[in-house]
Design a protein around this ligand. Structure first.
Ligand code: 4AD
Ligand code: MG
Length: 442
C-alpha cells in the first residue's frame, strides 16, 4: 500500500511511520556515501538521511544529482532527532521527481548573501526561503487575530470602497485615476470616513483592506500599498479608544506567541521581548513626550532637539519607544499638524483628542486614531480651512446633521505590526509583494 501523505508541520503525529511528503528540494549536502537533502513543503523543512547502502542505486543517483528547488514527492520513515530544528529527520526510501530544475538555469537564490535589490527582483522565488515563509505565516496569524478580536467583541465588518471621490488623510499622497468621462477617482488612503457612516448605522464596526498612499519618501516604514484594519465605534471617546487599542494589540501578540514560536526563532526574533507585551500600556500626552525628549537632549542622549509644536520625527519616536518595553500610547497632539476630522480637546482646543501607538524596540507608530469632530459647524469650518472640496464631503457632513454622537476609531497598518512583531528592519519583507516608490515588479 502507498505510504500516507503527511506535511512537515504534522510529523509529530507520524513518528516511526513511513510517510510521503510533497514539496521541493531546499538544500543538498553530500559526504561520501551519505546524502543530506533538506526538503521543504510550505509547512516547514526537514533533513533527510540517505546512506548509499540503504537505498537503490537509482534513488541515490537521482537525489545526488538533483538540482535545488526541483519539485518532488519523497517517501521515508520519520525518526525523532532532538538535534534537528523540526525535531525529526527522514530516512529516505524512495523519491519521485515532478519537475527537475534545469542544470543550466539553477535556482537564483542560494544560501550565500544576496543584495536587497536582487532579492526584491526575485521576490516570487525569495518567498520560498524558510525565513520569508515564516514571516508570511506570522503575518497571516496577525491578520486573523486582528479580525478575530473585533469579530468576537461585537463589531460588524463593513468594507468601505477602494475607489473614492475624495481624500481622507491629506491630498498630497493620493493616487489619482480617470473615472469615466470627466470624473476623477482616488485610491482609498483609509476607510475611516465611510466606516464613520456604518458605525452610526451599526454601533461597532471595522474595516479591513488594502489602502494606498503615493508616498514619495523612501523609508523602512512606508509602502504605497498596505493593509489597514480600522475599528470605529459610536459613543466611544479617547480613553475608551486607548483601552480598545491596548486589548487589540495584546490579543494579537498572544495569538502569535501561541502558535509561532518556531517561526519566530527561524526569523530571529527575541521572544522574551514579545512576552513583555501584555496588560496596560504606558500613556503619555504629547506634552509629556516632548518633555521627555527635551530632557534626553539636555543629557546628550539624542542629537537633535525636539521643537515644541512639531510632530515627532523618526529618531524622536525611536527614542520614546525605546524607553519602554511595551507599546506606548501618545495622546493629545497639536491639532495643527493632525487630520481635519479630529475632535479638539475641550481643555485645550489647540490639541486634538487623538492617539498614536508606538511599538517598542524603536519601531515607531503602528496605530493612529482619534475621536472625531461631532459638531456640524466645526467640521464644516475645518473642511474649509483645509481647502477640501465641500461638495465631496456633503455626505460626511450629513453624519453630523442626523443624530450626531461622539465617536472614535483607529487604524493599524498590518505591515508595521508584522515588522515589529517579527523584528524586521524594513516593511518590504512583511508583505508578499511590496509596492514602494521605486518598485512595482514582480
Ligand atoms: O495614522 P494614519 O494615517 O491614520 C489613518 O489613516 C486614520 N484614518 C485611521 C483611523 O483612524 N481609522 O494611518 C494609520 C496606520 C499608521 O499608524 C501605520 O500603521 C499605517 O496606517 N500606515 C502605513 N503603513 C505602511 N506604509 C504607509 N505608507 C503607511 N501609512 C500609514
Ligand atoms: Mg499617523
Amino acid at each position: 500500500a502507498a505510504a500516507p501523505l503527511a506535511t512537515i508541520a504534522s510529523l509529530s503525529q507520524h513518528e516511526g511511520q513511513t510517510i510521503t511528503l510533497r514539496g521541493w528540494l531546499y538544500n543538498l549536502r553530500a559526504s561520501g556515501k551519505l546524502l543530506f537533502p533538506i526538503f521543504r513543503d510550505g509547512t516547514g523543512t526537514i533533513q533527510g538521511i540517505v546512506p548509499k547502502a540503504a537505498v537503490s542505486e537509482e534513488v541515490f543517483e537521482t537525489l545526488k544529482n538533483l538540482t535545488l528547488e526541483s519539485s518532488l514527492t519523497v517517501t521515508g520513515k520519520v525518526r525523532a532527532d532532538s538535534r534537528a530544528p523540526s525535531g525529526y529527520e527522514l530516512d529516505v526510501e524512495s523519491i519521485e521527481v515532478l519537475q527537475r530544475v534545469p542544470e543550466d538555469t539553477p535556482f537564483p537564490i542560494t544560501l550565500k548573501e544576496h543584495g536587497v535589490d536582487f532579492l526584491m527582483e526575485h521576490r516570487h522565488l525569495w518567498l520560498r526561503t524558510p525565513r520569508q515563509s515564516a514571516i508570511l505565516r506570522v503575518r497571516a496569524t496577525i491578520m486573523r487575530a486582528a479580525a478575530e478580536h473585533f469579530d468576537t467583541n461585537g463589531f460588524i465588518r463593513t468594507d468601505p470602497p477602494i475607489l473614492t471621490p475624495n481624500a481622507c488623510e491629506g491630498t498630497s499622497e493620493l493616487f489619482e485615476m480617470d473615472y469615466f468621462d470627466d470624473d476623477k477617482a482616488y485610491l482609498t488612503q483609509s476607510g475611516q470616513l465611510y466606516i464613520e457612516a456604518t458605525a452610526l448605522a451599526l454601533g461597532k464596526v471595522y474595516s479591513f483592506g488594502p489602502t494606498f498612499r503615493a508616498e514619495k519618501s523612501k523609508t523602512r516604514r512606508h509602502l504605497t500599498e498596505f493593509w489597514m484594519i480600522e475599528p470605529e465605534v459610536a459613543f466611544l471617546e479617547l480613553d475608551g479608544l486607548m483601552n480598545l487599542a491596548e486589548g487589540f494589540i495584546t490579543h494579537i501578540v498572544t495569538r502569535v506567541l501561541e502558535s509561532h514560536r518556531t517561526d519566530l526563532k527561524v526569523i530571529g526574533k527575541d521572544i522574551a521581548k514579545l512576552e513583555a507585551v501584555v496588560g496596560t500600556f504606558p500613556r503619555l500626552s504629547y506634552d509629556e513626550a516632548h518633555a521627555m525628549l527635551d530632557e534626553a537632549h539636555k543629557a546628550g542622549k539624542i542629537e537633535a532637539p525636539h521643537k515644541y509644536g512639531d510632530d515627532f520625527g523618526s529618531p524622536d519616536e525611536t527614542y520614546i519607544s525605546s524607553q519602554f518595553d511595551k507599546p506606548v500610547m501618545i495622546h493629545r497632539y497639536p491639532a495643527a499638524f493632525k487630520a481635519f476630522y479630529m475632535q479638539p480637546d475641550p481643555l485645550d482646543p489647540t490639541k486634538a483628542l487623538c492617539v498614536d501607538v508606538l511599538a517598542p524596540e524603536g519601531y515607531g507608530e503602528i496605530i493612529g486614531g482619534s475621536q472625531r469632530i461631532d459638531s456640524y459647524d466645526l467640521l464644516k469650518s475645518r473642511i474649509e480651512e483645509h481647502h477640501l472640496p465641500l461638495d465631496a464631503f456633503q455626505w460626511y457632513l450629513d453624519l453630523r446633521k442626523y443624530g450626531s454622537v461622539p465617536h472614535a476609531g483607529f487604524g493599524m497598518g498590518i505591515e508595521r505590526a508584522v515588522a515589529w512583531i517579527c523584528g524586521l528592519d524594513h516593511v518590504r519583507e512583511t508583505i508578499p509583494f511590496a509596492r514602494t516608490l521605486n518598485r512595482i515588479y514582480p
